[in-house]
Design a protein around this ligand. Sequence first.
Ligand code: FUB
Length: 342
Amino acid sequence: KTIVAGSCLLLSGLTPGFCQTAKPKPLVTHIYTADPSAHVFNGKIYIYPSHDIEANIPQDDAGSHFAMRDYHVLSMDAIDGKVTDHGVALDIKDIPWAGRQLWAPDAAYKNGTYYLYFPVKDKQDVFRIGVATSKSPAGPFKAEPQPMSGAYSIDPAVFTDTDGKSYLYLGGIWGGQLQRWHTGQYEANGSKTDLGKDKEPALSAKVARLSNNMLQLDEPLRDVVIVDKTGKPLLGGDHDRRFFEGAWLHKYNGTYYFSYSTGDTHFLAYATSKSPYGPFTYQGNLMNPVTGWTTHHSIVEFKGKWYLFYHDVELSGKTHLRNIKVRELKRNPDGTLETITP
Ligand code: FUB
């Protein structure tokens, strides 16, 4: 199926600069999409979003209303061009260990194979990270029979460094269950939100290098520590700045940028480091709150410009029926990111 993304291409022909200043439109309108992880494969942009559906489940702090059941891969030849929906790339019924809630995925490529990383609750209602493979970036993907050993929680994001090593970032508090893993073991009766320790270091996202076959962690998960400009870890009570969910990693001019959602304060924030493991120094917000509770993004370079893929709820007005968008991400001369107000 081919869907025309909007009129930006036409209007930009009439009005130079239109596409830089116009309000971004939903990239597709025939399905609800969220959590867009964008990558450039074979000279095209491929987007791996969540596929939101109406499951008529009441909203709660665990995110039960996000009851997604499959993924569609989207692709674009140009930022303002048409968007192609490649259909169902992976269905929850084809993941043997899955229970419910297919949340935000990401993808990677190595040696002729594409890898789709996804979070889903297992049959005991514990979020695990799975991986599926395909010979095409558009799928369909075949899930491995078991979740990735040693990985848990939600929002996997894979970064491949210039030396070819790939790293898996993950985690999300509240409904993402990261707080229930703070001892290293899952606590079924653990907190539904965070550890409630406002004066102690905040819960961290996790990172581990991936094995050469991209199917396993090559080392135990480590904390992605975010520190302030004096080197002190951000605290659990610092809801405007601490990590909540939706990690993304990109590299620019030798600096690693770790960006994420602050969740209940609804910012997209970022922090920088000289190592993919961190610690990362908090820098500020790259985007102010969108409409809708969640905010989730990816950052990708395409044809010499950097783009922010994100979502809001313009189409539905409902927090669990989201739509993805894209806009250019500008950098200041010192490498800091502009703060976008959507
Ligand atoms: O889409 C379900 C969840 O909402 C994602 O995993 C989070 O990042 C938030 O966007």
